[in-house]
Design a binder for this molecule. Structure first.
Ligand SMILES: [Zn+2]
Length: 231
């Protein structure tokens, strides 16, 4: 459901399996941990969902306490929307940031962690001074201010793999998928991606650098956050 409608914050689903605190549903709007994104949290049938994880093709909801659901029960799910919406804003920002850094330096992203309060992106870059960071962040905010639409669509795997830049981490794409989901942020970034994004960059507001760290000789880590444009 989070692929069909990334703005879905409440839903009904049927319980398919229960194992202690783990609950499997026939469908879900909870985005599981993965691709550098922390998972959604929220409630299911009034009980707390503390984490959502993907195991194979299954998405398990980890409850704080055994929920007492039975297979076949219909349950109401509610996402912690403030958290989820910040994850979406952060994630789209991270894509724009990696596109800007790549455009200006040729550096590639080596890792990322998207969290609601503070996110980070790692680059294979030797030199990352204050002036450079500011120019990257300015470049991101210029793209954000252009109010670019974010579009998702599906593409045949071979076609996506053959398009330069679409698949950043070829081995991260499960080989059993015949179609890949593509996320396109205006003319700034297009790549195969499974995560949740905002529909338009205007929703990001403004991106601000928090701090940087050296993680080895050619690895630089940039922490950033998103703020409301009026803040
Ligand atoms: Zn992504």
């Amino acid at each position: 459901m989070y692929w069909r409608d990334m703005y879905k914050r409440e839903f009904e689903a049927e319980v398919v399996a229960v194992d202690g605190t783990k609950v499997l549903l026939d469908q879900t709007a909870f985005n599981p941990r993965g691709g550098g994104l922390v998972s959604d949290t929220g409630t299911l049938g009034g009980g707390r969902v503390v984490e959502v994880v993907k195991e194979g093709d299954d998405i398990f909801h980890a409850m704080q306490e055994p929920a007492g659901f039975r297979v076949g029960d219909t349950v109401h799910g509610v996402l912690d929307w403030d958290r989820r919406y910040r994850i979406m804003r952060m994630h789209t920002s991270a894509h724009i940031l990696s596109a800007v850094v790549h455009r200006e330096t040729g550096a590639l992203i080596t890792g990322n962690q998207i969290s609601p309060d503070e996110s980070r992106v790692d680059f294979n870059l030797a030199d990352f001074d204050r002036g450079k960071i500011q120019s990257f962040v300015d470049g991101v905010n210029q793209a954000v201010a252009r109010e670019l639409d974010v579009r998702t669509f599906f593409m045949k795997r071979e076609e996506a793999l053959a398009t330069p830049g679409y698949v950043k981490l070829a081995n991260a794409m499960p080989p059993n998928l015949s179609e890949l989901r593509i996320v396109q942020i205006g003319d700034v970034d297009t790549q195969a991606d499974g995560g949740v994004h905002v529909a338009n960059t205007r929703e990001i507001g403004r991106v601000a650098a928090v701090k940087t760290e050296n993680k080895g000789k050619d690895n630089r880590r940039l922490y950033f956050t998103v703020e409301d444009a009026t803040a």
